[in-house]
Design a protein around this ligand. Structure first.
Ligand code: NAD
Ligand code: ZN
Length: 348
C-alpha cells in the first residue's frame, strides 16, 4: 500500500510499505477514506531526528471502512464506516473506566513506532486498529466523514481544553494559538457558555477565523496581550487560559495572562525539559495547571450530539483537500504556514 512515511527530521516520503495484517484477534483493518495532518505530526516532523523508526506511516487522524476483523471482534463489522480516536483503548481498564481513555494501559498512539514497536499511522491506504471494538466507532447518522475525522482528535482536544478551563459565562478567557486545536477550543469555550474569549496568535488569517468563531482576536506581534485583557477584567487578566501551541513562549504567556487562582488548561504538546514558570511563580498565583493528552474516545461520545446539531461549521477550517500522493506537499504548506494553510485533509 501507499503511505506517508517518516524518514528523519523534516523528511517525509510517499512510498509503498507492506499492507497491514491482523496480528491479534481483537484487531481490525480499516481502509482509510480520509486522513489529516495534525499539529502533533509536526513534533515528529520537526524534532525527532532519530525518534521514529524510518518508514513509519505517519498520522493519527483518519476515518475509513472496515475491511477485515479478527475473530474476537464482536461489535465492529466489515463494511462499516468508522472513526477513531488518535489513540487506541481497551474500554475496560481503570483509566478507560474513569474517562481517561488516552491513558488506557493497553493504549497506543497511531503513527508512532520506535525500535519496531508501536503502531503505523493513518496517513496510508490501510491501517491496523488494535482493540477495534473499544477503539473504533461507527460514524453516526447525520455526520459527514470530515466531521468524524475532526471528532477523532482536534474537535475533541479543543473541547477538552475548554472543559478543563471550567468555563463560567461572565468570566474572561484567553486561547493561546489559533491553529485547528485553538480554534476548536474557542468553539468549545463558547459551547460551554463563555461570553468573552480572547484569541491570541500572530497570523492574521488565523485570527480572522477566530473572530468568525466568536472570539476577540489579539495579534501578539502587534498588541500587548496582557494590557488588552486587563482592560476588560478590572486589571485581573484571564480567569483561565487555554494553551494550544506547546512552546516555552506560549506557556510563559499563558502564565502571564492567568489571574491568581486561575487555571491554565494546556493541550499544546511542549517537549521542553522544564516548565516556563517556576514552582514559586505557580505558588504566587495559586495556579491550577492542567495539562495532557485528550481522552478523545471519551470526548467523542459527549460531542456527537453537538456535531449532529450542526451548530458550528467546524470543517470550514479545512483549507486544503489533497490526495494522499500530495501528502509531502501537504506537510510543507502546513508546517511552514504557506498558502494560508490551516488544515490539510488527504484522500488516499
Ligand atoms: P498548529 O501548529 O497549526 O497551530 C499552532 C498555532 O500557534 C499557529 O496558528 C501559530 O501561529 C500559533 N503560535 C505559535 N507560536 C505562537 C506565539 N508565540 N504566540 C501566539 N501564537 C503562536 O497546530 P494545531 O494542530 O492547532 O495543534 C496545536 C498543539 O496542540 C500542538 O502542540 C499539538 O501537538 C497539540 N495537540 C495536542 C493534543 C492533546 O491531546 N493534548 C491533541 C492534538 C494536538
Ligand atoms: Zn492530531
Amino acid at each position: 500500500m501507499k503511505a506517508i512515511t517518516f524518514h528523519g527530521k523534516q523528511t517525509i516520503q510517499y512510498e509503498s510499505i507492506p499492507d497491514p495484517e491482523i496480528l491479534q484477534p481483537t484487531d481490525a483493518i480499516v481502509k482509510v477514506t480520509l486522513c489529516a495532518i495534525c499539529g502533533s505530526d509536526l513534533h515528529a516532523y520537526h524534532e525527532h531526528e532519530k525518534g521514529l523508526d524510518h518508514g513509519t506511516a505517519m498520522g493519527h487522524e483518519f476515518v475509513g471502512e472496515v475491511v477485515a476483523i479478527g475473530k474476537d471482534v464482536k461489535t465492529i463489522r466489515v463494511g462499516k464506516s468508522v472513526m477513531s480516536p488518535f489513540t487506541t483503548n481497551c474500554g475496560d481498564c481503570f483509566y478507560c473506566n474513569i474517562g481517561l481513555t488516552c491513558r488506557c494501559i493497553y493504549g497506543q498512539l497511531y503513527g508512532w513506532r520506535q525500535h519496531e514497536q508501536g503502531l503505523h499511522g493513518g496517513q496510508a491506504e490501510y491501517v491496523r486498529v488494535p482493540l477495534a471494538d473499544s477503539t473504533l466507532m461507527p460514524i453516526p447518522e447525520g455526520l459527514t466523514a470530515e466531521e468524524g475525522l475532526f471528532l477523532g482528535d482536534i474537535l475533541s482536544t479543543g473541547f477538552f481544553c475548554a472543559k478543563q478551563a471550567e468555563i463560567k459565562p461572565k468570566n474572561t478567557y484567553a486561547v493561546v494559538g489559533c491553529g485547528p486545536v485553538g480554534l476548536m477550543a474557542i468553539l468549545g469555550a463558547k459551547e460551554y457558555g463563555a461570553e468573552k474569549v480572547f484569541a491570541i496568535d500572530t497570523l492574521p488569517e488565523r485570527l480572522e477565523r477566530a473572530k468568525q468563531f466568536g472570539a476577540i482576536p489579539i495579534n501578539a506581534s502587534l498588541q500587548n496581550t496582557r494590557e488588552v485583557i486587563n482592560e476588560v477584567s478590572e486589571g485581573r487578566s484571564a480567569d483561565a487560559v487555554m494553551e494550544a501551541v506547546g512552546n516555552s513562549a506560549t506557556n510563559k504567556l499563558a502564565y502571564d495572562l492567568v489571574r491568581p487562582g486561575g487555571i491554565i488548561s494546556a493541550v499544546g504538546v511542549c517537549t521542553d525539559e522544564h516548565l516556563a514558570f517556576s514552582p514559586t511563580q505557580a505558588y504566587d498565583k495559586n495556579l491550577t495547571y492542567k495539562v495532557g493528552r485528550c481522552p478523545a474516545r471519551f470526548m467523542m461520545n459527549e460531542l456527537i450530539p453537538i456535531v449532529q446539531q450542526k451548530k458550528y461549521d467546524i470543517t470550514s477550517i479545512i483549507t486544503h483537500r489533497l490526495s494522499l500522493a500530495e501528502g509531502v506537499f501537504g506537510y510543507d504548506i502546513f508546517a511552514n504556514k504557506k498558502d494560508n494553510c490551516l488544515k490539510v485533509v488527504l484522500k488516499p
